[in-house]
Write a protein that binds this ligand. Structure first.
Ligand code: HEM
Length: 319
């Protein structure tokens, strides 16, 4: 899906567009809120946790598992494989990391193949069974394409949102007055998520290959050239955003289609899901643990290409 154009891209993407439509994601919100509250309840007062492990990675993994119909007990397996394999989309690896990443991508493929074989043998009332049945009936996707689309959804649905979830809490806790404002007024959750996605995005860039020679401001980009669109720069464009380096949840100059989700036919398929997770997750935290504080090293998202790498984030829930 991510690497195809035109009719091939549409054929690969269309089985997912209905399942990830904004209306269905809205219906999912109460469930996401409950999942977020359960994660917070498991957290003892006085306890310090790595927020990335204990919350930011779990909510997206539970959501994508629920949507696709993956068993919850598989979460540790598919998330670890996805976080490793997704480094391919970041360029943040060294040559010696490549064998491990390839092994984990193979692990993810084996996992997807097992799931599909299971649904083929015993179809259930879930997305995966319907997707597989329709794809095999219509014959529009080859067996390899079916497997790769499932892998794409698992990677797309886990790594990006865990980074964004941690990043939004870090930005708010580092701007304490704005965090307190969100805790007092739930109407600020949505603007806070929007601003956090702009200020410290979990995806830094998208890429394309030039199909023909392009003349850009006097610079020639030859056909076949890999081009990187720096979302991370566009999100701080001083011609669009006033004081772009300032984190301000009250800003009124956000553009209608948030650039962090890309543009054109490949614009993020999971935007509505990501927003539902980020907003419900933040709303639950603001309501339940307004006294939260960050401890130790400040959280960071690393890299300026593709999916950014997520560090640790220690937070404490005071007594
Ligand atoms: C904050 C979270 C997220 C961000 C910042 C993000 C960002 C993006 C961006 C920039 C693209 C465009 C890539 C390109 O043009 O080459 C994209 C595509 C995609 N995203 Fe997301 N995404 C997020 C969450 C999700 C989630 C939760 C899913 C879950 C299913 C998802 C699934 C996808 C898929 C399948 C594509 C490929 C679409 C296509 O090629 O047609 N994303 N995302």
């Amino acid at each position: 899906m991510l690497t195809a154009d035109g009719a091939v891209h549409r054929r690969r993407r269309s089985p997912f567009t209905r399942a990830f439509a904004a209306r269905l994601m809205t219906e999912l919100r109460p469930q996401l809120r409950r999942s977020a509250e359960h994660l917070i309840e498991a957290w003892e007062p006085g306890e310090t946790i790595d927020f990335v492990v204990g919350f930011a990675s779990r909510l997206p993994a539970q959501a994508i598992a629920g949507l696709l119909g993956l068993p919850l007990r598989d979460i540790p397996r598919f998330t670890e494989l996805a976080y490793s394999a997704s480094r391919l989309l970041s360029f943040s690896y060294a040559p010696e990391d490549i064998p491990g990443m390839e092994a984990d991508m193979t692990g993810l493929r084996t996992y997807a193949e097992e799931l599909l074989a299971d649904r083929r043998a015993a179809p259930r009332d879930d997305f995966l069974s319907t997707f597989l049945h329709d794809a095999e009936q219509e014959g529009e996707l080859s067996p390899a394409e079916i497997v790769v689309q499932v892998i794409t959804m698992i990677i797309g649905g886990t790594d990006t949102t865990r980074g964004a979830m941690a990043s939004q809490l870090a930005s708010l806790l580092q701007h304490r007055a704005q965090w307190q404002a969100v805790c007092r007024d739930p109407a600020l959750v949505r603007p806070a998520v929007n601003e956090a996605l702009r200020y410290e995005p979990s995806v830094a860039s998208t890429s394309r290959l030039a199909q023909e020679d392009i003349d850009l401001d006097g610079v020639k980009l030859p056909a076949g050239q890999l081009i990187t669109f720096a979302l991370i720069s566009a999100l701080r464009d001083e011609r669009v955003y006033k004081d772009p380096d300032v984190f301000d949840i009250h800003r009124t100059d956000h553009v209608r289609l948030h650039p962090v989700f890309g543009a054109g036919p490949h614009r993020c398929l999971g935007e509505a899901l990501a927003r539902a997770e980020l907003e419900e997750g933040l709303a639950a935290l603001a309501a339940r643990v307004p006294e939260l504080e960050m401890v130790g090293e400040p959280f960071s998202l690393r890299g300026h290409f593709g999916i950014r790498r997520v560090g640790a984030m220690r937070v404490r829930r005071p007594h």
